[in-house]
Design a protein around this ligand. Structure first.
Ligand code: GLU
Length: 461
């Protein structure tokens, strides 16, 4: 049997970095198992649905270089791949469970459920459904249905026994059935809950490995019970550790910018983000720190996944980004920068000369503007002290006469600093500030050569 994996994002807004982290692992398993990687859209929670969010997920996957084999955009043998288009399928399977007594109609009102909850809380019990409708007679059920009472369908969870999840990352995880609530499978609006839809779809779509975030581990016994109720063979369930902030808190929208595409817009390269995410909660067999997505897809394995939470360490991501920027040829770097990082007032023909100066200094593509603006914008000149003004007038004199080459400029400037008995430090600092408007800039002589003698002398006035 070939390996079939999937991601099943819910379109509730941004495409989250966690989705990419999960996706690349699922993609690796599918490719290694000569199988397919699917994208399924889980949009049955209508309250959280955000228009346009599906397109964002596809954009993000494409930018990262992940290719899927089946999905709402591509179709495939198990279409449709969007849950809101599969409602009749869930209805059919829910009814089958009811007929086989693995699920039941529940007509309890919100008010009743709230009362039960309150009294359980008072008695210091875990709030859960009390099974009231589990014992309704067939004729009660028929009467209620005929009078159009709103209902949900609940899973009849066995009252005893244990459900065991054999997780390749976590080992054997056992759950007491007595601790599992009679989960709602079909809501009163006729939509399935996540639990029913995910099981039905993973089965029908022939998913062999469900590799997802640890936050779903507590749902897995419900899913295993559903597989058993249907008489279906469950897939392998593996739960990856969830990415955390440096302070170990859960990575949230508030704390970091967790959107995949905002990383793109902030000037991160997909190569860098992939390498960074590859090493989250997993290590390369040979201890490598730098490797491509292609290599990751070939060598990833579940047995090297850690149980401890990986950390979103921005310094590390910045390190990778700088590394991958420096690995680009000048032409490639120009191309990447041209995807929105070159200010409108920067002359395009200047770019080839700027690349050698900025390549080693860019952490993100977005740094390009602040590093290079003085080439195409006149810096506002700061107040110079009397001493600095003397430096600048001497520099101006030297620079108006010397050879306009690196050698010519540097020898003459250093000579005259020496002749005056000054120190290089303060002299060149003033010169840099006057020409670039910055205390830190790309190499000064090279920058002056690109600017040209006229502009340099103008700035020294
Ligand atoms: N729809 C769930 C999510 O948004 C999918 C969880 C799973 O992979 O089963 O993450």
């Amino acid at each position: 049997m070939t390996t079939r994996t999937r991601i099943a994002p819910s379109p509730t807004g941004i495409a989250h970095l966690g989705t990419a982290y999960i996706a690349m692992r699922n993609l690796a398993l599918a490719r290694q198992g000569k199988g397919q990687f699917l994208i399924r859209i889980e949009d049955t929670d209508r309250e959280r649905y955000v228009e346009g969010a599906v397109a964002v997920i596809f954009d993000a996957m494409k930018w990262l270089g992940y290719t899927h084999d089946e999905g709402p955009d591509l179709g495939g043998p198990h279409a449709p791949y969007t849950q809101s288009e599969r409602l009749d399928i869930y209805q059919k399977y829910a009814k089958e469970l009811v007929i086989n007594k693995h699920a039941y109609y529940c007509f309890c009102t919100k008010e009743r459920l709230e009362k039960v909850r309150q009294s359980q809380l008072k008695a210091k019990q875990l709030p859960r459904y009390d099974g009231h409708c589990r014992t309704l007679t067939d004729s009660d059920i028929q009467t209620n249905l005929q009078s159009n009472l709103p209902f949900v369908i609940r899973l009849a969870v066995p009252k005893d026994g244990v459900t065991i999840c054999h997780d390749p990352i976590r080992g054997e995880v056992a759950f007491e059935n007595a601790g599992i609530d009679d989960q709602v499978l079909i809501k009163s609006d006729g939509y399935p809950t996540y639990h029913l839809a995910v099981v039905v779809d993973d089965h029908l779509m022939e998913i062999t490995h469900v590799v997802r975030g640890e936050e779903w581990l507590s749902s897995t016994p419900k899913h295993l019970l559903l597989y058993a109720a249907f008489g279906w063979e469950p897939p392998v369930f593996a739960h990856l550790p969830v990415i955390r902030n440096k302070d170990k808190s859960k990575m949230s929208k508030r704390k970091n910018d967790v959107s995949i595409l905002s990383h793109r817009d902030r000037g991160y390269l997909p190569e860098a983000l992939n390498n960074f995410m590859a090493l989250m909660g997993w290590s390369h067999l040979e201890g490598k720190e730098i490797f491509s997505l292609k290599e990751f897809l070939e060598v990833f394995s579940l047995d090297r996944v850690t149980k401890t939470a990986p950390i979103y360490d921005l310094d590390k991501l910045n390190y990778y980004n700088g590394y991958y920027i420096r690995a680009l040829s000048d032409e490639e770097l120009i191309q990447r920068l041209q995807s929105g990082f070159i200010p409108a007032d920067c002359p395009i023909d200047l770019l080839p000369a700027l690349m050698p100066l900025v390549k080693s200094r860019l952490t993100t593509l977005r740094d390009f503007e602040s590093l290079t603006d003085f080439f195409y914008r006149t810096p506002t000149s700061p107040e110079f002290s009397e001493e600095e003004q003397i430096y600048l007038s001497v520099a101006k004199e030297v620079l108006s006469a010397c050879d306009w080459t690196k050698e010519g400029i540097e020898t003459k400037l250093v000579e005259s600093v020496k002749a005056k008995g000054w120190k290089n430090g303060p002299f060149f600092a003033a010169l840099r500030l006057a020409i670039t408007g910055k205390k830190v800039s790309p190499p000064l002589t090279e920058s002056m050569i690109i600017l040209g003698r006229d502009v340099v002398l103008e700035r020294l006035k």
